[in-house]
Design a protein around this ligand. Structure first.
Ligand SMILES: *[C@@H]1O[C@H](CO)[C@@H](O)[C@H](O)[C@H]1NC(C)=O
Ligand SMILES: *[C@@H]1O[C@H](CO)[C@@H](O)[C@H](O)[C@H]1NC(C)=O
Ligand SMILES: *[C@@H]1O[C@H](CO)[C@@H](O)[C@H](O)[C@H]1NC(C)=O
Ligand SMILES: *[C@@H]1O[C@H](CO)[C@@H](O)[C@H](O)[C@H]1NC(C)=O
Ligand SMILES: *[C@@H]1O[C@H](CO)[C@@H](O)[C@H](O)[C@H]1NC(C)=O
Ligand SMILES: *[C@@H]1O[C@H](CO)[C@@H](O)[C@H](O)[C@H]1NC(C)=O
Length: 377
């Protein structure tokens, strides 16, 4: 069971911050390649009020992309990433460091994996929502003739969400009041007392109860319920954000008004402060471990009779522990054609893959991988 703890532990990788030419002359299918680089580590990593005056809330317009991740939607609504919801690797990594004080190597891992799963690493663009004309299909239509964005099912987006429906039975992209209301029943039961009243502060028992309920409800309601290795890691990590990232940095409390502001309004709360020190993969793994130890769930799917059964394990050595299974599953869901490229395209794919490997691979699966998924995923 301890092995899950390793999921996010191996993040201590130093990447070069060498300056580089951001664009190149490499053109394919009318798209111009952009070389992806590791952004310079911010030096200021302390307590700070967010947003600053330069980042007011502005509601999205009809053509702005928003998606399943409230944290990303909030960054876009405040202009920490482009308000149209289309951003580069560097923009999202730096915005998460600035606004959420997310430790930069862990942030870079999240963006690298999503760029390979759901973005266009040739032009260095990903949509935080759905398909957008601003993110063209990969050159040669590798993977698909459209680039999906974060809302496309099967990457980090998946079943048993806190606030979105499973894709097969409802809206997997937009906030669902009814689902969040159900979550709040567990806050009322297990939450700590705080400035908003009794039982209004999220804590470990509350998020365990919420996540367990999300899983049980969707396993029963969604005939195609699938808790993949990637979704397993994502579901436990995203609810850990409640306590580790969305908490008011000065009080370390995740009150009902604070979490409501992020989830419902997709806006920073009034007078909110980011965490006082960088939030590391280790901290999130600790919180995830508490969920993992309390909730009897495994990687699996519903069979034709509606019984939840284990998935076929990955090949050795990736079957050794959940972390290795997650590592394998990530690359198994990235279009395999990404590994068969040249020039700047190949440099970008290799660079992003190496970030994912450095963060997730570990004994006995500590070997580099490149995308090897089926053409359309
Ligand atoms: C993409 O391919 C699908 C299926 O082959 C086709 O129906 C669709 O029209 C194509 N879309 C574009 C934008 O080319
Ligand atoms: C809140 O909880 C405290 C401590 O248990 C209790 O004394 C108080 O009466 C409660 N307040 C309300 C409004 O229920
Ligand atoms: C959400 O936004 C509305 C309108 O600005 C505001 O009245 C409400 O208090 C906000 N809710 C939260 C939980 O921040
Ligand atoms: C955060 O904590 C500070 C200090 O207690 C407080 O002034 C501020 O209102 C709090 N903000 C939120 C969003 O809870
Ligand atoms: C993780 O939890 C363990 C045990 O509670 C603790 O010793 C360790 O300091 C925690 N690590 C982080 C990064 O929070
Ligand atoms: C790699 O790409 C080239 C050029 O597009 C193509 O001819 C070749 O079949 C591809 N090889 C594999 C293994 O996909």
């Amino acid at each position: 069971m301890r092995s899950f703890h390793l999921l996010f532990v191996l993040l201590h990788v130093a990447f070069s911050t060498a300056a580089s030419t951001p664009t190149s002359k490499e053109v394919r299918d009318g798209q111009t390649a952009t070389l992806i680089t590791f952004p310079t580590q911010p030096t200021d990593t302390g307590l700070k009020q967010i947003p600053d005056a330069a980042h007011p809330f502005i509601a999205p317009g009809p053509n702005d992309q928003r998606g399943p991740c409230p944290g990303m939607n909030t960054l876009a609504n405040h202009g920490y990433i482009p308000r149209n919801g289309i951003a580069t690797f560097e923009e999202i990594t730096l915005a998460m460091a600035e606004a959420y004080n997310l430790e930069i190597n862990f942030g870079a891992f999240l963006v690298a994996a999503n760029m390979l799963l759901r973005g266009n690493p040739f032009v260095n663009k990903i949509s935080i929502g759905g398909v957008s004309p601003l993110v063209p299909p990969l050159p040669g239509n590798i993977g698909s003739n459209v680039t999906g964005g974060l809302a496309k099912h099967g990457g980090f987006e998946g079943d048993a969400s806190i606030t979105r429906a499973d894709v097969h039975i409802g809206d997997n992209r937009n906030f669902q009041d009814i689902l969040y209301d159900l979550d709040l029943l567990y806050l009322g039961k297990f939450g700590d007392n705080g400035p908003d009243g009794n039982n209004t502060v999220f804590n470990i028992p509350t998020i365990i109860a919420i996540k367990q309920h999300n899983i049980q409800m969707n396993q029963a309601a969604d005939p195609e319920f699938h808790f993949t290795p990637t979704r397993f890691a994502a579901a436990f990590t995203e609810i850990s954000f409640f306590l580790d990232i969305f908490a008011n940095g000065t009080t370390k409390q995740s009150s009902i008004s604070t979490i409501g502001s992020f989830l419902r309004n997709q806006s920073f709360p009034q007078n909110w402060h980011r965490a006082a020190a960088p939030v590391t993969g280790d901290m999130l793994a600790n919180t995830s471990l508490a969920l993992y130890e309390a909730i009897p769930i495994f990687v699996g799917h519903n069979d034709a009779q509606g019984n939840f059964v284990p998935d076929t394990p990955p090949p050795a050595p990736f079957d050794a522990n959940p972390q290795c299974g997650f590592y394998y599953d990530l690359f198994a869901n990235m279009p395999g054609g990404l590994a068969n490229t040249t020039g700047v395209f190949k440099k970008n794919v290799d660079f992003l893959s190496s970030i994912v490997s450095a963060s997730v691979s570990g004994p006995p699966c500590d070997q580099p991988l490149l995308p090897f998924g089926p053409p359309d995923n």
